[in-house]
Write a protein that binds this ligand. Sequence first.
Ligand code: ACO
Length: 312
Amino acid sequence: MKGLKFISTGRCVPPKIVTNDDMSRIVDTSDEWIRTRTGIAQRHFSDGESAVDLAVGAARQAMERAQVRPEEIGVCVVATCTPDHAAPSDACLVQAALGIPEDVPCFDLNAGCTGFLYGLETVRGLLSLGSKPYALLIGCEQLSRVLDMTDRSTCVLFGDGAGAAVLGLEEGALWEALLGSRGNWEILWVNGPGPETAAIHMDGQGVYRFAVEAIPSCARTLLERSGLTLDDVDWIVPHQANRRIIETAAKRLHAPIEKFYQNMERYGNTSAASIPIALDEMNEAGLLKRGQRVMCIGFGAGLTWGGALFQW
Ligand code: ACO
């Protein structure tokens, strides 16, 4: 079986930073409430940039770092639930901006906050069917566009950004992945864009209960299938929704919290972009070393969940 290898990563967030204090001037909230309930201190909001601008910025950085040419890309996928348009896809606009040739499938994929994990399995399949060596996978969200800025229970949680990866196939590389879904609209849904309807609706406690079950369950399944134990895993990179979710999941898994990378403090919840942004930060900081085992776990609207266990 061929597993995916991360060749390089990139990220792009809009420069505008909105702190919790800034949010408290918009809705009745406080830095203390947001920090203690979620671990979030600030988020980036677009200020004129489109979602495609963010996706292109992250993708360009990843391609430059990998020194990969557009002709070597065999598939381009953007995982998002907030594309700029229903059509054309963000991925086709990324293709145009980067000069990726016409014989390459480019499309968006919506699996809520689990989108990047769904994207990994999708590009793995498509790469194995094609003849070009690399996939470009981007997680990109412009959630500020669909936030109801009068609803304090949701608008403080989310941010904008994009993370990208250039991936290749390698025979015999460690690769375990799982994806799941459970049709449900009561717990989490996002209306289509448009000034009157745009909003994220969330049953916060329902999401919490789902997430603290999904993370340990995904982790256990991946370990079981790979014959590895938690001690064999160097990093767990979960979807960055909320610190309390990650802490509870870590306890349930009997895993040291230090194994879990967390950066929601700086970005808020960027949905499908959160895992690739985290991987890029870790990569840039030298936290990810070749040969280390990494487990990514996502959960989100759908409901969807997914995990991937691989060697960096
Ligand atoms: N500032 C101040 N007070 C607030 C805020 C806010 N931003 N939001 C809600 N409150 C108030 C509520 O109005 C309520 O007040 P009341 O008691 O007077 O009615 C009180 O805080 C408690 O509200 P709860 O919703 O019960 O708060 P809870 O302790 O459950 O925390 C939270 C809410 C943080 C959303 C929690 O449910 C949670 O962590 N859920 C997980 C949801 C999540 O992380 N979603 C991320 C997106 S989904 C995803 O990525 C898959």
